[in-house]
Design a protein around this ligand. Structure first.
Ligand code: HEC
Ligand code: HEC
Ligand code: HEC
Length: 118
């Protein structure tokens, strides 16, 4: 997955990648992340092209979870997608290097959350 998929910017023209109007965003704020991840993971048609067995209800589940409830109330320390999965080294939960692998999940829940401010 290339950087521009999440960070925007003009990848055809590196010099102009960060120019005004290119849509480039270096920093992605925490409040934007659930919708960013959900823009693909809640899109059934898109995800089916890659892996029909993957669930596509994570954003919907997130919206009804206690995490989202606190997030919506402005609690910046509540867990969002990247706290549990990471942002750049995202792997399937079956991979022992995944932050949500059964052997790592307790560590992720205890240490990685809560993390950075908005
Ligand atoms: C799947 C989406 C996604 C892709 C693809 C992606 N990033 Fe990110 N990136 C993020 C998110 C989300 C954050 C914010 C992470 C956080 O706060 O936990 C981030 C944060 C960053 C930051 C820190 C910026 C700051 O000041 O907060 C840098 C630098 C960065 N990414 C560079 C890259 C580069 C270079 C690539 C391509 C090799 C890339 N990213 C690909 C989602 C992505
Ligand atoms: C541009 C679309 C897109 C974006 C944005 C995106 N993903 Fe993905 N994600 C995918 C695709 C496609 C796969 C690979 C599915 C496959 O081939 O198994 C994937 C795989 C994953 C997996 C592994 C699933 C498994 O068990 O196989 C996780 C976890 C995941 N993404 C979480 C995230 C998180 C968290 C974010 C936000 C930081 C994010 N994704 C942003 C498209 C996206
Ligand atoms: C509190 C931690 C947490 C948060 C927040 C979270 N996830 Fe997950 N996610 C997990 C765990 C744990 C699994 C299960 C891993 C496993 O057993 O394979 C998982 C599984 C997944 C999978 C794979 C599902 C499959 O069918 O195998 C995807 C894709 C995913 N999450 C995306 C997201 C997205 C997108 C968000 C934000 C809207 C999100 N997650 C928020 C912990 C979290």
């Amino acid at each position: 997955m290339s950087c521009d998929i999440c960070h925007g910017g003009n990848t055809q023209d590196e010099a102009r990648a960060k120019a005004a109007g290119s849509g480039f965003r270096g920093h992605i704020s925490r409040e934007q992340i659930p919708e960013l991840c959900g823009s693909c993971h809640a899109d059934v048609n898109y995800m089916t092209r890659f892996n029909p067995s993957l669930r596509t209800d994570q954003l919907a589940q997130y919206h009804i979870s206690v995490h989202e409830y606190s997030f919506a109330k402005g609690d910046a320390h509540v867990a969002i997608c990247t706290d549990c999965h990471g942002a750049h080294e995202i792997r399937p939960g079956s991979d022992p290097r995944s932050l949500v692998h059964p052997l790592n999940v307790a560590q992720t829940a205890n240490v990685a959350i809560p993390t950075r401010p908005l």
